[in-house]
Design a protein around this ligand. Structure first.
Ligand code: HEC
Length: 156
C-alpha cells in the first residue's frame, strides 16, 4: 500500500470518527421532534385481552413501537441509530397505541400483519421473537379480533 493510499484511508477513518462524535452531540430534537426519545409515558388503558397468548404475541411483536412500555435497546442511545429508533416509536405510537387505547382496530392490525408490513422488517434482525411464524400470526390475528372486536374499523 502506498503512503498516499494509506493517508487517504486514515483520513476517511478520521472523518468517520469525528462525524460520529459530532452526531452524538447534536440534540436529536433539534433535527426533528420525532428523533427525540419519547420515554415511556404512563399506561392509561387496560386491555381486555382474550387470552395470555394474544398478549404475549402482541408484546413480542408490536409493543416496542405501539405502546408506552417500550424496551429501549442499548443502541437507542447512540446517534444516528437512536434517531431511527425514536422516529419509529413516535410515529408508531401516534398511529396506534395499546397503552392509551389509540386506534386499536383489529381489521387494520390484521391487514398490516397479513401483508407483512408489521412488525416492520427493520425491527426483526435484532428482535427474533417478533419474527412470527405463520401459525403465530394467525393466533395473533384471531386473538386481536377476539380482544378488540371486528366492527370498529374506520370508527375513529
Ligand atoms: C419497529 C417498530 C414497529 C413495530 C415492531 C410494529 N410497528 Fe406498526 N407501525 C410502526 C410505524 C412507524 C407505523 C407508521 C408508519 C408506517 O406505516 O410505517 C406503524 C403503523 C401501524 C399501523 C397503522 C397503519 C396505517 O397505515 O395507518 C398499524 C395498524 C400497525 N402499525 C400495527 C402493528 C402491529 C399489529 C404490530 C405487531 C404485529 C406492529 N404494528 C409492529 C412501527 C412498528
Amino acid at each position: 500500500m502506498s503512503r498516499r493510499t494509506r493517508n487517504i484511508i486514515l483520513g476517511i477513518i478520521g472523518i468517520g470518527i469525528i462525524g460520529f462524535i459530532v452526531f452524538q452531540s447534536i440534540p436529536a430534537g433539534s433535527i426533528s421532534a420525532d428523533f427525540a426519545s419519547p420515554g415511556n409515558p404512563p399506561v392509561t388503558y387496560t386491555i381486555p385481552w382474550d387470552s395470555p397468548q394474544t398478549e404475549t404475541l402482541a408484546r413480542s411483536a408490536c409493543f416496542d413501537c405501539h405502546s408506552n412500555e417500550t424496551h429501549y435497546p442499548w443502541y437507542s442511545n447512540i446517534a444516528p441509530m437512536a434517531w431511527l429508533v425514536n422516529h419509529d416509536i413516535n410515529e408508531g405510537r401516534r398511529k396506534m397505541n395499546f397503552s392509551t387505547n389509540t386506534h386499536l382496530f383489529s381489521d387494520e392490525m390484521e391487514k398490516q400483519i397479513d401483508s407483512g408490513e408489521m412488525p416492520k422488517n427493520v425491527y426483526l434482525p435484532l428482535h427474533p421473537e417478533a419474527n412470527l411464524t405463520a401459525e403465530q400470526k394467525k393466533q395473533l390475528i384471531d386473538g386481536l379480533i377476539a380482544t378488540f372486536g371486528v366492527d370498529d374499523f374506520n370508527g375513529g
